[in-house]
Design a binder for this molecule. Structure first.
Ligand SMILES: Nc1ncnc2c1ncn2[C@@H]1O[C@H](COP(=O)(O)OP(=O)(O)OP(=O)(O)O)[C@@H](O)[C@H]1O
Ligand SMILES: [Mg+2]
Length: 240
């Protein structure tokens, strides 16, 4: 089976500082794959590399069989990759509705956009009640829902999410993870960064553990959840 997304021996740098060392990973069509790892291990940089916000110095990123590393971000989005960035990045002064429609900005099929808005609002009924509210005034969990719903409005084949449960109360963490599982069941492939290993592995099919820019462990979610080295990898990743 060829992967939907693949990173092959990616080396990325901020100036002289190397962040990824021959990073290789893949996400198959239909999967939820989570990328775990401690602070500063290079998780968000992985997301930026996939979305074309960073260009690997060597190595490649392939999506649906085509090399996308080196393409500008708007072309990568058009190729079918949606994003829920770190810290959500909503348009705070715009309403929930406007934020959701921004997610469809690459599309010109306005009738289908309207029906997708209805579909997304069925999935996130809480947003239906708040369509006219400015996004910056929503609670953290509600903002996370807007960020996820906005990503879905682009009809991506793959959504990359950077720490979707960050800063949420335990109840909202469960709600958001359940929504991610639902989005996946409806056909969207998910690649997510999470620090909350045990919860992420409950919904993921497979996982990778990143440690200072290298894959330290990988495998089926169930096997990783039972692996005592997960803990060691985290501790190692946090020592800087
Ligand atoms: N714009 C930048 N310029 C220089 N260095 C950067 C930049 N962004 C990130 N870094 C560095 O690259 C390394 C990896 O950062 P990255 O944001 O990918 O980590 P992360 O795994 O997402 O961490 P966290 O769990 O804290 O979000 C860190 O040491 C960070 O300081
Ligand atoms: Mg990060």
């Amino acid at each position: 089976m060829s992967a939907l997304l693949a990173l092959d021996k990616v080396c990325s740098f901020y100036g002289p500082v190397q962040v990824h060392f021959d990073l290789s990973l893949h996400v198959n069509q239909g999967e939820i794959v989570c990328l775990l790892g401690g602070n500063a291990s290079g998780k968000s940089t992985t997301m930026k590399t996939i979305l074309g916000l960073m260009k690997p110095r060597t190595g490649s990123v392939t999506f649906d069989g085509k090399v996308i590393s080196g393409l500008p971000t708007h072309r990568i989005i058009r190729a079918g990759i949606g994003s829920v960035p770190e810290a959500r990045r909503l348009f705070g002064a715009m309403t929930v509705r406007e934020n959701l429609l921004m997610g469809a900005f690459i599309r010109d099929d306005s009738a289908a956009v309207r029906s997708d808005l209805d579909r997304v609002l069925t999935l996130f009924p809480r947003l239906q009640e708040r369509l006219a509210q400015r996004a910056g005034t929503l609670s953290g969990g509600e903002q996370q829902m807007v960020a996820m719903a906005r990503a879905m409005m682009g009809r991506p084949r793959l959504i990359c999410m950077d720490e979707p449960t960050m800063g949420l109360s335990p109840r909202f963490v469960d709600v958001v993870l359940e929504l991610i599982a639902t989005i996946n069941r409806e056909g969207t492939t998910i690649f997510m960064v999470e620090q909350n290993a045990s919860l992420a592995l409950q919904i993921a099919h497979r996982g990778y553990v990143l440690q200072t820019g290298r894959i330290a462990l990988e495998g089926a979610a169930r096997a990783l959840a039972a692996d005592p080295r997960i803990r060691d990898a985290y501790l190692g990743g946090e020592a800087a």
